[in-house]
Design a protein around this ligand. Structure first.
Ligand SMILES: [Zn+2]
Ligand SMILES: [Zn+2]
Length: 427
């Protein structure tokens, strides 16, 4: 090999090979394969190339390491955090050395049942920008990930090319993006434009996985993280410690909408869906897109999950103990009864201490700075954030009776000044 094209940022290796093939003027792909890998019968899949060690030896000046190529130009970093460590290592080895790649088998990707994209995609604005910056357009790696239909750089919807990614073996052909752009392409037909914010979220998370090149996290750790999040959102039954599936599934479907879930092949049903697999004691790896969908539902991101996992303590960290927590509305007939199922935990910006906010169905909301040190702390109010309708009705009742301010305050569980303030508001 006399020359090798400069690899562009986030360029798919397949794209580099296609540009090499075009620039070389080679007629057949076998000759190109021979020059790239010193082996004419190398079979390279678009997603998971193989023999990258050999390739780095062939590139003049040996300017790239195989690790660099894998991390920056293959889809492997997208999968790594969500597969067991030893499998991630095997996958790396396979892509570096083996002649025929069976990476899909290691990943168990076929069994992951996420609808694979049929064609290579591109962003028309990236095309313009890349031509200006680099002299030509190229296939971006992040645009090919499943569930990614938006360019995070430009916010525009991606365009589907006619190039099928399933070309392998003898049918493996090299198409540069510039080759393809002479044709007319249609927009991705499956896009539901009303779900734009979810598509953007998925694209941003997917790109994050590619760029951050995170290590394998460990399925058990991720599982524990999810369950603790679900618990704090009230989706885990206190008594039995089981997930409240009915509630979770209807909330999940409501969050994304059935149409989007169907488009992403991620519809969840009452029994035995991918969500069940993801939340059961982990034995199988799930597709990264599934993890992204669950994180999005939980109001989290890959980044916030990694932060949470880094601080081991935050998992199962319950500074206010287990719920349910008592309602501390003295005006309610359920005063001091454990009726509040969820506690929102934030951090005090000054001290860094956890602050729990407890919201009752009666409208009463109180917060307390933690962590609780004794059982009796459960019945302490730091600050009342809202009194709610039950409290206000009782207050109105009491103010009609001829009671002293102090007595009213005592019956309502607040200080006399609050009674005065609330009376002013009523007038
Ligand atoms: Zn773009
Ligand atoms: Zn209440």
């Amino acid at each position: 090999m006399i020359f090798f094209p400069t690899i562009f940022p986030d360029e798919l290796l397949y794209s580099v090979f296609a540009r090499y093939h075009r620039n070389s003027g080679n007629e057949g792909r076998k000759q190109t394969m021979n020059e790239l890998f010193a082996n004419p019968s190398t079979c390279s899949s678009i997603w998971f190339p193989s023999q990258l060690e050999e390739l780095t030896r062939q590139i003049p000046g040996q300017v790239y390491t195989s690790e660099e190529l894998i991390q920056n130009h293959t889809l492997i970093p997208y999968f790594t955090p969500f597969i067991p460590h030893e499998r991630a290592t095997r996958l790396m080895e396979l892509v570096k050395s083996k002649i025929s790649s069976s990476a899909n088998m290691i990943l168990g990707r076929a069994a992951l049942s996420v609808k694979p994209k049929q064609k290579l995609l591109y962003c028309s604005e990236c095309v313009q920008e890349d031509r200006t910056k680099y002299g030509e357009a190229y296939w971006h790696r992040c645009h090919q990930l499943e569930g990614v239909y938006v360019c995070t750089e430009h916010g525009s919807f991606l365009i589907q090319s006619r190039i099928s990614h399933q070309v392998q073996g003898n049918r493996y052909q090299f198409f540069t993006l510039e080759n393809v752009l002479v044709d007319t392409d249609e927009k991705c037909s499956i896009i539901d434009y009303s779900c734009e914010k979810y598509y953007k979220y998925i694209a941003v998370q997917s790109l994050y996985l590619l760029n951050k090149q995170l290590p394998s996290v460990g399925l058990n750790k991720i599982h524990t993280y999810y369950v603790s999040k679900l618990r704090s959102e009230g989706y885990v039954c206190r008594a039995s410690n089981r997930i409240k599936w009915d509630r979770l599934i209807s909330a999940f479907r409501f969050h994304y909408g059935d149409r989007l879930l169907t488009e992403l092949n991620g519809m969840v049903r009452e029994r035995d869906s991918w969500l069940h697999k993801l939340l059961r004691k982990p034995r199988v790896s799930c597709h990264p897109l599934r993890h992204i969908l669950l994180l999005g539902f939980l109001g989290e991101t890959v980044e916030s999950m990694m932060d949470g996992l880094a601080e081991e303590k935050t998992i199962n960290y319950e500074p206010f103990g287990h719920g349910p927590w008592p309602c501390l509305n003295k005006a309610a007939n359920h005063y001091r009864q454990p009726v509040i199922v969820s506690c929102k935990i934030t951090r005090c910006s000054r001290s860094g201490n956890p602050v729990g906010t407890f919201t009752c169905d009666c409208g009463f909301i109180y917060s307390r700075t933690g962590p609780d040190k004794a059982d009796t702390d459960r019945f302490k109010i730091g600050r009342i954030k809202a009194f709610g309708s039950v409290w206000r009705m009782r207050h109105a009742e009491l103010s009609l009776q001829k009671l002293s301010l102090r007595r009213q305050a005592e019956l309502l569980g607040c200080d006399p000044q609050t009674i005065i303030n609330q009376q002013r508001r009523m007038i």
